[in-house]
Design a protein around this ligand. Structure first.
Ligand SMILES: CC(=O)SCCNC(=O)CCNC(=O)[C@H](O)C(C)(C)COP(=O)(O)OP(=O)(O)OC[C@H]1O[C@@H](n2cnc3c(N)ncnc32)[C@H](O)[C@@H]1OP(=O)(O)O
Length: 196
């Protein structure tokens, strides 16, 4: 199978072989590209975004990852405008990761769309399955958060630091904990009157 057909198969959510030469090679190529991006830190924004455009499926304006950014393939990641990820972001994108506009990630956020097979023998044989993660506009994900496969985080929501998100989070709420649960809605009362 070609890399392209394996990529399409992974996106169906069915079991795939994680260990084929094409996927191993793709991961290796991606490490080299992310290393190039991380090493370009301090270079002009346009130059850095050009590397991201080679690496990711889609990338908006003003997208910035602090070092060290790592992803599994990159070709299943879409990022909107004005995305900011703090240090040590890890995106495992076998199942597809879609990030909206004006999204903030704290340090050490991990988005993991793939599971290895639950059955040990299938796992040894490379069995994996992946489901997409979608993060809406204006979401803030706190530091050290893990987002597991199949999760959607609704627009404007906040995920508290250290959370493990295993189920989708609706729009306009604060969610936190392991597993993450909705703590409360975000309301007008959260406005402080701050103006830059
Ligand atoms: C780009 C960048 O992001 S860099 C900055 C990185 N910064 C961070 O990662 C910090 C993220 N901030 C948080 O996690 C904050 O706790 C917020 C935003 C969720 C706080 O929301 P607030 O509504 O102000 O929560 P508050 O501090 O009043 O706590 C309310 C309750 O939620 C609990 N809670 C708050 N945060 C968390 C959390 N991360 N995990 C578990 N429980 C939490 C509190 O313990 C408290 O519980 P209690 O009522 O039983 O005492």
């Amino acid at each position: 199978m070609t890399l392209e057909s394996q990529r399409a198969h992974m996106l169906t959510g069915r079991m795939y072989n994680d260990l084929t030469p094409e996927l191993v090679q793709a991961r290796q190529d991606t490490v080299l590209l992310t290393t190039g991006y991380n090493d370009s830190f301090g270079r002009p924004q346009a130059e850095r975004e050009a590397i991201l455009r080679r690496l990711l499926r889609a990338v908006g304006e003003g997208c910035h990852f602090e070092p060290t950014f790592r992803c599994e393939f990159g070709f299943n990641i879409s990022v909107g405008d004005h995305f900011y990820a703090n240090f040590d972001c890890v995106l495992l994108d076998g199942g597809g990761i879609t990030i909206g506009d004006h999204v903030l990630f704290g340090p050490r956020v991990g988005v993991y769309t793939s599971n290895h097979a639950i059955d040990a023998a299938e796992r040894v044989a490379g069995g994996c399955y992946a489901k997409p993660v979608t993060i809406g506009d204006h979401v803030w994900v706190g530091g050290d958060v893990v987002i597991n496969q199949g999760v959607t985080i609704g627009a404007g929501s906040i995920v508290g630091s250290g959370s493990v998100v295993t189920r989708s989070v609706p729009a306009g709420v604060i969610a936190a904990g392991n597993p993450a649960r909705v703590l409360r809605p975000i309301t007008e009362a959260d406005r402080t009157g701050y103006q830059p």
